[in-house]
Design a protein around this ligand. Structure first.
Ligand code: HEM
Length: 132
């Protein structure tokens, strides 16, 4: 059996429902992309990005992580971010953009934190450790 990238998963669909299912997640991702691509701390990282693809991949990933009926089939996190040279400041900026996007959609604070807890372990794949 070959290795397959397996992110930590929500144990039920309650987070998926709290995010507003596929529709709500699509709106959160739209807000995240709008904010990130205009946020002076990170906007330049997205200048060569196919935003339509990014939107689709992020919706699938968040849908799957939150316990919804989707499967993420994009690149593994490390390969997808390696060339971007991301540091902790970039990561924090994106998380703040995500929090604002969830605020705007009325996602309750506790549910926001559940999603952030599922994303946090990806830090080590996304941010470039010195010397790696
Ligand atoms: C937990 C944190 C993060 C998650 C879950 C995440 C998720 C993703 C996903 C699912 C993709 C699509 C991969 C594909 O196309 O196959 C992607 C690509 C991308 N991400 Fe992230 N990301 C994170 C952090 C960041 C940060 C901090 C930045 C920059 C500030 C960033 C910038 C980008 C860019 C520019 C792309 C497109 C790369 C390309 O066009 O090849 N990401 N990310």
């Amino acid at each position: 059996e070959p290795d397959r990238y397996t992110p930590p998963k929500a144990s039920d669909a309650s987070l998926y429902q709290a995010l507003g299912a596929k529709e709500g997640i699509s709106r959160v991702v739209e807000g995240l992309i709008q904010r990130s691509t205009t946020n002076p701390r990170i906007a330049d990282k997205f200048k060569d990005t196919n935003l339509k693809n990014l939107r689709e991949q992020l919706v699938d990933q968040i849908c799957e992580l939150s316990g919804g009926p989707c499967r993420y089939e994009g690149n593994p996190m490390r390969a997808g971010h390696e060339d971007l040279n991301l540091n902790m400041g970039h990561f924090n900026a994106l998380v703040e953009d995500l929090q604002q996007a969830m605020d705007q959609e009325g996602v309750p604070f506790r549910q926001q934190n559940r999603l952030l807890a599922l994303l946090a372990p990806m830090y080590r794949d996304v941010v470039k450790a010195p010397g790696r």
